[in-house]
Design a protein around this ligand. Structure first.
Ligand SMILES: [Zn+2]
Length: 319
């Protein structure tokens, strides 16, 4: 992931205003049209709650593999680790060879599908590769690669074995998010670009109601940036979900354009949001350094993001 320009500090008022505009206006339904029982459900439904200790443990286990760059042995081990946790689920592969400035790499997106009763798909993406140029630096990507891998595994736990009375949810562990040399449009998001192209051809893109990217979401000092490349209405919905859970202070204190796995989908008109904390340590000093380790992270942050996104899915289901 890359920040394109310096982030601007947004006023709290601006964020709040946007959220108000996007808040569902159920009370404004015409009196002649009774609200169907399923539309009234969100108010009665208990707030979602991930097992954040388990998600944190996943993060530690993934990080313990060491560097997990494309084509590495540790990457292979992690693929097996992810698949082991998805036993019994509907799992698909999107595997191909990427031709990069550093040569050819095997790339493998792993997709777990949880079918729902509604026509449409909500996609959650999170990358599991770590930075290739940092492969010999001691970089283990606890937050950058580890947290995104782990939160998706925990979402799978939450979705498994339950009847989804809503849209289908697809979890995608993307590969090759990181640049192999230096971030450009062609040296980055290899897996996501391939998947977006594939889903455009087979018609999947048209069915996607919302796509959300999880990236660097476990920083103990959690502040999710409002990414100006994302779809504003989806960002507002995420904020509304955070507000319902009382987590809004961790969202959108700053804003700026972020390049991440969502861009190939944004480009194709899919409503997309990047959920990322790009203020990792003072002045982002831990980002892409050997300091990106478990001691900087907190299960509470995984819980804040995890619960907020599950609540967002719930709110999308009501639409
Ligand atoms: Zn990164």
């Amino acid at each position: 992931m890359q920040l394109l320009v310096a982030m601007a500090v947004a006023t709290t008022a601006a964020c709040t205003k946007g959220t108000d505009a996007a808040a569902p206006a159920k009370s404004e339904s015409p009196a002649t049209t009774p609200v169907p029982p399923e539309a009234a459900a969100p108010d009665n439904a208990p707030p979602p709650h991930i097992d954040s200790k388990r998600a944190f443990r996943y993060t530690a286990e993934v990080t313990a593999f060491g560097p997990r760059y494309m084509g590495s042995e540790n990457h292979k081990k992690l693929e097996h680790y992810i698949l082991d946790h998805l036993k019994g689920d509907q799992v698909e592969d999107d595997a191909f060879t990427a031709d990069t400035v550093e040569g050819k790499f095997p790339v493998r997106n792993i997709i777990a599908k949880f079918p729902g009763t509604k026509d449409g798909i909500i996609v959650i993406l999170g990358h599991y590769d770590t930075v290739y140029p940092l492969r010999n630096s001691g970089f283990v990507g606890a937050n950058d690669g580890g947290s995104s891998t782990a939160i998706l595994l925990e979402y799978a736990n939450q979705l498994r074995g339950k009847k989804r009375d809503g849209y289908s949810v697809w979890l995608v562990w993307t590969d090759g998010e990181e640049a192999v040399r230096q971030w450009t449009n062609t040296d980055s998001v290899y897996g996501a670009r391939h998947l977006a192209e594939k889903w455009e051809k087979d018609g999947t893109l048209k069915k996607i109601k919302a796509l959300m990217v999880m990236d660097m979401i476990a920083d103990a000092d959690l502040d999710i940036v409002r990414d100006t490349n994302s779809t504003p209405s989806l960002l507002d919905l995420i904020y509304a979900a955070a507000e319902r859970l009382g987590y809004q202070s961790h969202f959108y204190a700053s804003q700026g354009p972020i390049a991440d796995d969502h861009l190939p989908f944004v480009k194709r008109g899919v409503p997309s949001a990047d959920v990322i904390d790009l203020d990792y340590g003072y002045n982002n000093v831990f980002h892409h350094t050997p300091q990106d380790t478990m001691d900087k992270l907190s299960p509470k942050s995984l819980e804040i993001v995890g619960d907020t996104i599950l609540e967002t899915i719930h709110m999308l289901d009501q639409r």
